[in-house]
Design a protein around this ligand. Structure first.
Ligand code: PMP
Length: 362
C-alpha cells in the first residue's frame, strides 16, 4: 500500500503509477536478464534493448524524421544552454525572451558568442509570447532560440508556432516535450530534461537535425561536442541507465496506455481548461498570470487577493492532499503543474478545492 497524494510539483514531477509499479517489479531483476538494470553494463545486449526501445518509442510518438538524430545526454537542459552555442553559434544567434528559462539560456550564450534579443517579454511582465511570423528575424542567424513552455511563468507557445523557413529553430522543450504532437521537421535542435513529462531527472533528450553537425567547430571537449554523442549513439561514456530505462517505460505508457500524443494533448487540454475556468469564473478572486492566448497547458499560475490568503490556500491545500502548489519565488502566488502523468481526477480535486476555498474566503 502507498499513501500517494495529488502531486503538482513543477519537476521532478509525478510519474504514472503504472510506471512506478513496473519499476518496482523490475528493480531486482530485469525480465530474462537476472540482474537489475542498475547493475548491468551499458554495453550489454540487455541495455542495448532498453536504449533502442527508448529511441524507437520517442521516434514513433513524435514522428521523428530520418533527418534527425536522437541523443540521451546528461547535464540537464542547463548544459544545453551552453552546448547549443558552443556547437552552433557562428555569427549571431537570436533569442526570444519569454520568461526565466529563456533568460538563462541567453545568459549562457552571451558567454560564448554574439546574440540578439528579438523579442523581450519583460516589459509585459513575462505574461505572453510573440508570434514568430511577426518578428524581424534574420534568416542568416546561426539559429533562433525559443522556450516552448516557460515553467515558472506558465506561458506557452501554441501548437503550430514553428516557422517553415528561416534560421534553424532551437527549442528548449523541457516542460512540454511529449505533452503534445509537434512538427519535428521544423526544428534544427530540440532539447529537454525528462523530469517533467517523460521520466526522471538525469537524462536530457536532444533531437538534432543531422546537417547541423557540419557547423560544429573543431576542438571542443569531447563530451561537449554533439558529434561525439551522435557517433557513439549516446554511449560514449556511461549514460544515465536508470533514467533511460524509466524514460522507456514512460514512452511505452504514452503509446500503449494513453494512445499517443494526440490523445495526451487532448487530456492535457482538458485538465488545464478546468483550472483556467476556475480562475475565469472566480470574479477576480483568482488572477491568472498568463495572458489568455499564451496560457500554458503544463503550468497554471495565478495569484490570490493577498499574500495571507495565498499562504492559507497553500496550507489548506496541502492538508487536503494537494501537494507542491507554491508558485516560484520570482512570480509568487500559486502554480499547479499538470504534466502528462497528472490524472484528470487530481485536477478535479484541485478544482473542487479552489471553488470551495473561494466560497469561504471571497
Ligand atoms: N528549461 C526549462 C523550461 C525548465 O523548466 C528547466 C527546469 N525546471 C530547465 C530549463 C533546467 O533544466 P535542468 O534542471 O534539467 O537543467
Amino acid at each position: 500500500m502507498h499513501d500517494r497524494r495529488w502531486n503538482f510539483s513543477p519537476g521532478p514531477a509525478a510519474l504514472p503509477l503504472s510506471v512506478l509499479e513496473q519499476m518496482r517489479e523490475d528493480l531486482p531483476a530485469l525480465p530474462g536478464v537476472g540482474a537489475s538494470v542498475l547493475e548491468i553494463s551499458h554495453r550489454s545486449p540487455a541495455f542495448a534493448a532498453v536504449i533502442e526501445e527508448a529511441e524507437g518509442n520517442l521516434r514513433e510518438l513524435l514522428h521523428v524524421p530520418e533527418t534527425h538524430r536522437v541523443l540521451f545526454l546528461q547535464g540537464g537542459a542547463s548544459l544545453q544552454f551552453a552546448m547549443v552555442p558552443m556547437n552552433l553559434l557562428r555569427g549571431t544567434a537570436e533569442y526570444v525572451l519569454t520568461g526565466s528559462w529563456s533568460a538563462k539560456a541567453l545568459a549562457e550564450a552571451q558567454r560564448i558568442g554574439q546574440t540578439r534579443v528579438v523579442w523581450d517579454g519583460a516589459d509585459g511582465g513575462m505574461t505572453t509570447v510573440p508570434r514568430l511570423d511577426r518578428l524581424d528575424l534574420d534568416p542568416a542567424a546561426a539559429y533562433l532560440h525559443v522556450t516552448s513552455n516557460e515553467t515558472i511563468q506558465g506561458v506557452q507557445f501554441r501548437e503550430g508556432f514553428e516557422l517553415q523557413r528561416g534560421a534553424p529553430l532551437v527549442c528548449d522543450g523541457s516542460s512540454d516535450l511529449l505533452s503534445r504532437p509537434i512538427p519535428v521537421e521544423r526544428y534544427g535542435l530540440l532539447y529537454g530534461g525528462a523530469q517533467k513529462n517523460a521520466g526522471p531527472a538525469g537524462v536530457t533528450i536532444v533531437l538534432l537535425r543531422e546537417d547541423l553537425l557540419e557547423r560544429i567547430p573543431l576542438g571542443l571537449p569531447s563530451m561537449l561536442d554533439y558529434r561525439t554523442h551522435v557517433e557513439s549513439r549516446s554511449l560514449y561514456n556511461t549514460p544515465p541507465v536508470f533514467a533511460i530505462y524509466v524514460f522507456m517505460l514512460v514512452t511505452r505508457w504514452l503509446r500503449d496506455e494513453i494512445g499517443g500524443l494526440d490523445a495526451m494533448h487532448a487530456r492535457n487540454r482538458e485538465k488545464a481548461e478546468l483550472l483556467y475556468a476556475a480562475i475565469d469564473g472566480s470574479e477576480g478572486f483568482y488572477r491568472g498570470h498568463a495572458a489568455p492566448a499564451a496560457r500554458s497547458l503544463m503550468n497554471v499560475t495565478w495569484r490570490l487577493p493577498s499574500p495571507e490568503l495565498e499562504r492559507s490556500f497553500l496550507a489548506e491545500a496541502t492538508a487536503e492532499g494537494l501537494l507542491e502548489l507554491k508558485g516560484h519565488r520570482s512570480v509568487g502566488g500559486i502554480r499547479a503543474s499538470v504534466y502528462n502523468a497528472m490524472p484528470l481526477e487530481g485536477v478535479e480535486a484541485l478544482r473542487a478545492f479552489m471553488d470551495d476555498f473561494r466560497a469561504r474566503n471571497a
